[in-house]
Design a protein around this ligand. Structure first.
Ligand code: 5GP
Ligand code: MN
Length: 338
């Protein structure tokens, strides 16, 4: 099936003059890695493209090859709008609903460009002419590898592309430990190592780059851990005040929710992070086994994602959000205690 998708994609690429690659708001390692990886792959085929990210991404990803050439829609707005208005082909990577790109959404909605989606989230919207959507794959970066392979152009994967794709696979699979990590994933990783990805360096760049204030903030998050044994559920809160006191920077809270999920017996974990500027509480939801946090995020928090990892938001205060969250748990009691 992917061969056919790639044939259609190839035709679109050949006949397009202005190619843009976009990813979701608050880009993570998979969003940045897949976008830049595809960009450099096209470049190695002699095809120019422009990468546009809706807003800034965390410092621990700033070392990734070529990221300084990606446009930030918030900071380089007129350049980004110009590229979007001229685009006749737009790749949307690592998301499947145009609402995931924030204010950039209006330009995608009104664009007459063809869309190619490469994504691994559940329940894709229907906006793309070519849709490579597979929720069984752990990362969009792994999908970009399969896409390149179906092009029969794996030899065009240089060390920069290998590094970018490795990084996204690593971050989205929790360093190869989530159930979405398969023998195929490891096989792809082996090929990326052969192509020049330096695994030890990548792990260090991403995970050993903690500021002191981030570790202090982790301490506060752990102190705010609440366990609801009756529901095998744990949650963490971080208020705006706690973030401000600890010099919070984008990305600092990445992974904190996993500590809640790591408590023995816990199968559902949530972190609630207050964002006074946006007047929301941002939530990251995680689970183990069959309990679908994608469903919880879609049903209650205007969000979504995967079965075991999803995000959403609440417009109530932090305290009210937690109270409301506790009030919905009884409806999931059976699934949480089965
Ligand atoms: P995180 O909790 O790390 O921000 O996101 C976990 C997963 O859920 C990621 O795959 C992310 O793309 C997705 N996700 C996060 N926030 C949202 C959201 O507001 N809406 C949707 N549909 N997906 C989200
Ligand atoms: Mn992803």
């Amino acid at each position: 099936m992917i061969k056919q998708l790639v044939k259609s994609a190839e035709k679109l690429i050949e006949t397009s003059k202005n190619i843009v690659i976009v990813s979701h708001k608050n880009p993570d390692g998979d969003a940045v890695g897949s976008s830049m990886g595809l960009h450099f792959f096209l470049k190695n085929m002699g095809i120019e493209s422009t990468v546009i990210l809706p807003n800034d991404f965390p410092d621990f990803l700033k070392w990734m090859p070529g990221v300084e050439t990606a446009l930030n829609f918030e900071k380089q707005n007129s350049q980004s709008v110009n590229a979007l208005e001229k685009a006749d082909l737009i790749f949307t990577l690592d998301f499947n609903s145009l609402s995931r790109v924030g204010d950039m959404n209006q330009f995608l909605e009104k664009s007459e460009a063809c869309f190619i989606m490469i994504d691994h989230h559940q329940q894709p919207d229907d906006y793309a002419a070519v849709m490579y959507s597979d929720p069984s794959i752990g990362s969009t970066c792994e999908m970009v590898f399969h896409f390149i392979k179906a092009f029969e152009k794996v030899d065009l994967i240089d060390s920069d592309i290998a590094t970018l794709l490795y990084t996204g696979i690593m971050t989205d699979t929790g360093s190869f430990r989530f159930p979405s990590t398969t023998a195929v994933t490891h096989n792809v990783i082996a090929q990326l190592l052969n192509a020049g990805a330096n695994n030890a360096e990548i792990h260090q760049n991403v995970y050993d780059a903690n500021s002191q204030s981030r570790i202090k903030l982790l301490g506060i998050a752990l102190d705010n851990l609440h366990v609801l044994e009756e529901y095998n559920t744990a949650y963490i809160t971080l208020s705006q005040e706690e973030l401000d006191k600890n010099n919070f920077k984008k990305g600092d809270t990445e992974g904190f929710v996993n500590y809640a999920l790591s408590v023995t017996g816990i199968i559902f974990a949530v972190i609630f992070i207050e964002n006074r500027q946006e007047k929301i509480v941002k939530m990251s939801l995680r689970s183990k086994g069959d309990f679908s946090v994608n469903d919880v995020a879609r049903d209650h928090y205007n969000g979504g994602g995967h079965i075991n990892a999803a995000g959403g938001k609440s417009e109530l205060s932090l305290e009210e959000t937690v109270t409301q969250f506790i009030s919905i748990l009884p409806q999931y009691k059976e699934a949480l205690t089965a």
